[in-house]
Design a protein around this ligand. Structure first.
Ligand SMILES: [Ca+2]
Length: 137
């Protein structure tokens, strides 16, 4: 009888604590991009989603490793200024515009199209880590 009562009290206490424990569980914060200049973001190395309306260029394949995002309509003439030269390995175009990336700064060299609302999980191996500029095209 005594042990039954104690067990019942423990259960009641556990039930009372349960909501508090749920409230105390930290919710993982979504990684937030850092603003480099208006319309240009630094994507974090972890959990970097591509914001709607942005072209996102990632350091590693599979949209990973962080990178750079540019708001629709803006151009990036020199990735060196973004510490992102010859780094791009994948991209997501979340804009309604076609973009092109170039192996040289100032939109020079053979361009590669990134159509609106498309993605590339991995650029061709011979073009990997070569991108140096990008613009709507
Ligand atoms: Ca280059």
């Amino acid at each position: 009888m005594h042990s039954h009562t104690l067990r019942a009290r423990v259960l009641v206490a556990a039930a009372a604590l349960a909501p508090l424990m749920v409230m105390a569980t930290p919710v993982p914060a979504a990684a937030q991009p850092e603003i480099i200049t208006p319309g240009v973001l630094r994507l974090p190395a972890q959990n970097a989603n591509c914001p709607t309306g942005f072209l996102c260029l990632y350091r590693d394949v599979g949209y990973s490793g962080g990178g750079v995002a540019v708001n629709s309509g803006r151009a990036l003439n020199d990735f060196r200024a973004l510490d992102f030269n010859d780094e791009m390995s994948s991209w997501i175009n979340e804009t309604a515009a076609r973009y092109c990336w170039y192996p040289d700064i100032n939109y020079s060299g053979t361009r590669f199209a990134m159509r609106a609302a498309t993605t590339s999980e991995a650029v061709n191996l011979e073009n990997n880590d070569t991108a140096s500029s990008a613009e709507p095209c």
